[in-house]
Design a protein around this ligand. Sequence first.
Ligand code: SF4
Ligand code: SF4
Length: 442
Amino acid sequence: MTPPVATPAAQPDRPTWDLYSTCIHCGLCLQQCPTYRVLGMEMDSPRGRIYQTLLVDAGRLPIGDSYVTHIDRCLDCRACETACPSGVQYGRIVERARAQIEQHYRRPLLARWLRAYFYRRVLMDFRRLARGARLLRFYQRSGMARLLRASGLLKLFGVAKLEALAPRIEDDFFFRQIGEKFPAQGERRARVALLAGCISSVAFAELNRATIRVLQRNGAEVWVPQGQACCGALHAHAGFRDEARALARRNIDAMLDDRFDAIVTNAAGCGSTLKEYGDLLAADLAYAERAHAFEAKVKDVNEFLAELGIRPVSHSLANGGRKDGAPGRAVRVTYQDPCHLAHGQRVRSAPRELLRAAGAELVEMPHSDYCCGSAGVYNVAQNKLSMEILDAKMDDVASVTADVLATANVGCMLQLRAGVAQRGLKMEVKHVIELLDEAYRD
Ligand code: SF4
Ligand code: SF4
């Protein structure tokens, strides 16, 4: 294959020959790709997408409707990276391909407006995000949501399924904890900075608080540094790389500090991007070195705790977590690997170790590392395909008997909860850290 016109190094957001030429077209990734499994089309496989991107970069295929459709359908789940024997960094290819789309393709007016509003305004500013979240909470709690659902209007306008996927906004946002410090319990074994997260701060604030408690319980002093921002994962995945870089710089300024042993997150999608700030800021002379130092400190909370070695729990899940000491049945847990933990960060054993250490009876479902179809805002933007992928996932979930479906990413939790509700399964969906928090409660 002849290399296309040399990609100027000054354009960091363009897929480069050295990235996509590593693909040897073997096809081993095809059956691992959720969109290929559903659609059965080469154009919707990793190999097909890489080839289309190569053609675009060589000027032999326009960035038109067809190309955009196939790239938009990719979940950026990176299962293809795990399957690939040639070490193709597919995530880097697709994120750059999307940056090119963002720069050179005009989406319909409404899509353009919604994307710009969400990525360039709401997610860039926690105060704006909080205002939007309060409005959504009012809709959810005031009876309006119930009224609209009962009236059939949501179905009439084709948004009923989307509405069911919206996160439930919590009463007490996590933003007020930003700037606080939480002491370690017992002997201090580490000091960490915690990423609050954007959507997590309004829809998973209690999970963040549980994360702090579990870290404290295990001897970690937890700081939630002032000045931090959204991690930029949603931006990077959608092609808004300038915005992702702006957020990365803010997080580096706020959290890169010699006093911290680690920068911890409980969201796999955020962690995966935090660990790639070096790539994002490679061309930024003022930040490139610090970005590498930053990413070296990032740990998913499961990874961090497993490496630290957790202290014994107070109420083992082995006897149902009973606090009265009476014998009980072990809590059966099946674990769904979030793509950005298993494929993006190669962390698979740590959450399982923690669950076992908490006394849970771990029941492995088939294909636990197949994507659930959540993928950030994919379940909204590509709702039909996302629901088909979820359906296959729920077949695997339903094939095992478990009390809890555990995972380690907030987006996956929302998607899996929707799947459990649709199937009418008697299973709770929880983050691994929530189960640990319960096991440590006095
Ligand atoms: S990232 Fe996931 S959806 Fe995209 S091509 Fe790879 S396996 Fe398929
Ligand atoms: S497995 Fe890797 S080398 Fe083989 S086709 Fe897929 S991306 Fe290319």
